[in-house]
Design a protein around this ligand. Structure first.
Ligand code: NIG
Ligand code: FE
Length: 417
């Protein structure tokens, strides 16, 4: 007898596409079962079908979903989860119109978080990251990519990466990325290549911590040429590669990502026509982070429509970090993607499940409701998938299952007198 059977699911988003990331038009297909049911045993999915088909099945526990929506656990494929402090003190500067890269140049921004991260103990960093991770889970996210990058020296980078390892006891699955090349420390001014050499020398020690290597390719940080050379060395050592590309200035990072075979190219607000065309003919996944464009108060969003209409695979993420995107709420990102990236709701759901999984090489493990897979599921307080990005800024999650266990449930905490 199976452990749990969910029945009366109004719309069950199975996302059960053929294997591989969804490119172009395929992103608007949303495989679903109406009046669906899902069986769980021993942490795995053992049945996917209609409620009528599930009627003869025996289960220790039957859960009536009352016509609501069920989806795979969401995947956030780009976050900067582990850091010390916060940066609300920079908001007035931002509102006076001081640009993000200007704040960085004067020792604020990422540098300010580097100082706070160096000062924090590993335990403090871990408990703070756990708090943010709990909140991500509350928003229906069951797999998260997390980057280092607030150390810029071996000791602090390893401290961040070790925290991610310790968080393996958390219900959310973590995928780690080394972002030692996130900014240039003051003492390395004018010696960029020397700094990148130093970061490269850390890679053997990072091997046991991280699966991916990333770099911030941006004006005043690392050039396209430096980023390419750096990432190619990381690739030779066996790391998957990712790049913060064309986030603020259009430098040609999108083209570079495709040329060097990056698993994902992230941000892409300033991607050129050629960059977008190259992307559409490649296996590189575009990870778009519209929450960052929103929070940096910019007008120009990534050209998701051109990317998808051209045939690229697009994923969405929060970019959760203390500067350019302080939010754990992937549902809010879904809304921004609908309004500002003009993505269709079907494309959005695929972008936070199947394509997000492929962007972190978890496509064969997460992002679908499929027999044999881990039972990572979300029951939503919504009766259809359109409703979630539509009703914005709140949390629609009712229950989250991770590996078949309930790991989050909406509390009825209003006190009615
Ligand atoms: O993706 N741009 C580089 N990294 C982050 C921001 C980090 C920060 O401001 O602390 C980003 O936007
Ligand atoms: Fe980022």
């Amino acid at each position: 007898m199976m452990d749990t059977l969910l029945i009366n699911i109004g719309q069950l988003l199975t996302m059960d596409h053929e294997d591989g990331p969804l490119k172009g038009k395929k992103m608007s297909i949303l495989p679903m079962i109406e009046n669906g049911a899902v069986g769980i045993d021993n942490g795995k999915i053992v049945f996917v079908g209609t409620t009528a088909e599930a009627m003869q099945l025996q289960a220790k526990e039957r859960i009536d979903c009352e016509g609501k929506l069920v989806s795979p656990g969401l995947i956030d494929p780009h976050t900067h989860l582990v850091f010390g402090g916060s940066r609300e003190h920079e908001v007035p500067l931002k509102l006076q119109g001081v640009p993000y890269l200007e704040i960085l140049k004067h020792g604020g921004g990422i540098h300010s978080t580097v100082r706070a991260t160096k000062q924090a103990t590993a335990t403090e960093l871990r408990e703070k990251a756990r708090f943010h991770l709990d909140r991500m889970l509350s928003f229906g996210v069951t797999t998260v990519e997390a980057k280092s990058g607030y150390g810029l020296d071996q000791e602090t980078e390893c401290k961040q990466m070790a925290v991610l390892k310790e968080l393996e006891d958390h219900p959310v699955d973590l995928v780690s990325t080394f972002l030692g090349a996130h900014a240039l420390p003051k003492e390395y001014e004018g010696r960029v290549d020397e700094f990148l050499q130093l970061i490269l020398s850390m890679l053997p020690a990072i091997r046991s911590y991280a699966e991916f290597v990333d770099i911030f390719c941006e004006t005043g940080v690392f050039t396209v040429e430096q980023s390419k050379r750096f990432l190619l060395k990381a690739k030779e050592l066996g790391f998957g590669i990712k790049i913060h590309a064309d986030e603020i200035d259009p430098l040609g990072g999108t083209e570079a990502a495709v040329e060097i075979g990056a698993v994902s190219a992230d941000h892409l607000c300033g991607a050129s026509n050629r960059g977008i065309e190259m992307l559409t003919n490649s296996d590189t996944i575009a990870v778009l982070l519209p929450g960052t464009t929103f929070y940096l108060n910019k007008e120009v969003y990534a050209r998701a429509r051109d990317m998808i209409d051209g045939g690229a695979a697009v994923a969405l993420a929060t970019d959760f970090n203390p500067g350019s995107s302080p939010t754990e709420n992937l549902q809010f990102i879904m809304t921004i993607a609908m309004l500002k990236l003009k993505m269709k709701p079907e494309e959005i759901w695929n972008a936070v499940t199947v394509n997000a999984a492929y962007a972190i090489r978890r496509g064969e493990a997460a992002g679908k409701v499929k027999i044999g897979r881990q039972a990572d599921l979300v029951l939503w307080d919504a009766y259809n998938y359109l409703y979630v990005p539509y009703h914005y800024g709140v949390n629609h999650v009712n229950t989250v299952w991770k590996k078949g266990k309930v790991v989050w449930r909406r509390e009825q905490s209003c006190i009615h007198i």
